[in-house]
Design a binder for this molecule. Structure first.
Ligand code: SF4
Ligand code: SF4
Ligand code: SF4
Length: 190
């Protein structure tokens, strides 16, 4: 009898309805949060770390600070910007005496830059990506003494797209930032 009275008590029903309301509101809130988190995750995946070639100063940290054993940053070459120079500032060290391919004349420490004759006095320079370490020495030389056609980019197929790019934390010129994945390269040819 006492139990039946408790169940019919209008105050208890009111409390019950309030509890239901709170639970529904809580579920709705969780639902919204889950959707918001999913959107955030999708948004993160849509973005990719990249180097702004207008800001990079070729400081060398791209070689040493990537989390990968060999940096995901590589030299790329804008052929439309290149002067096809014989005395290439990216290929040869500063003040070389003879324009020959002796190791002591080469600016690239890994031999990743290949030079091929086009016609007098022009030469084409290509980068062997698999042995480039992203040191930026060639790009620095090219930007100091040439047209600036050599520059650095983070390669999509190598980069693990870290939540926070380790290089971006040490880059002295703030050159690394997230860009939409669809336009993940900041090319000088464009
Ligand atoms: S100098 Fe450095 S950045 Fe340029 S091609 Fe050689 S290894 Fe790559
Ligand atoms: S995001 Fe990670 S893997 Fe990619 S360049 Fe930066 S540190 Fe290297
Ligand atoms: S750390 Fe910044 S300034 Fe240095 S080479 Fe990389 S992008 Fe360029």
């Amino acid at each position: 009898m006492e139990e039946e009275k408790k169940n019919n008590d209008p105050i208890s029903r009111k409390k019950f309805l309030r509890m239901c309301g709170t639970a529904v509101a809580g579920t709705a809130l969780l639902g919204v949060s889950a959707v918001a988190l999913k959107r955030l995750a999708d948004k993160e995946a849509d973005y990719f770390w990249q180097i702004d070639p207008k800001k990079c100063t070729f400081c060398g940290r791209c070689e040493t600070d990537c989390v990968l054993p060999i940096s995901a940053v590589k030299c790329v070459h804008a052929l439309r910007v290149c002067g096809y120079c014989d005395l290439c500032g990216g290929y040869y060290r500063t003040n070389v005496k003879d324009l020959n391919t002796a190791a002591e004349n080469m600016r690239c420490p890994t031999g990743a830059i290949k030079r091929s004759y086009v016609e007098d006095p022009y030469f084409e320079y290509t980068i062997e990506e698999s042995i480039c370490n992203g040191c930026g020495k060639c790009a620095k030389g090219c930007n100091s003494f040439g047209n600036g056609s050599l520059y650095l980019q983070v390669k999509q197929d190598l980069c693990t797209n870290c939540n926070e790019c380790k290089i971006s934390r040490v880059c002295p010129s703030g050159a690394i930032r997230r860009v939409p994945y669809a336009m993940a390269y900041m090319l000088k040819d464009d």
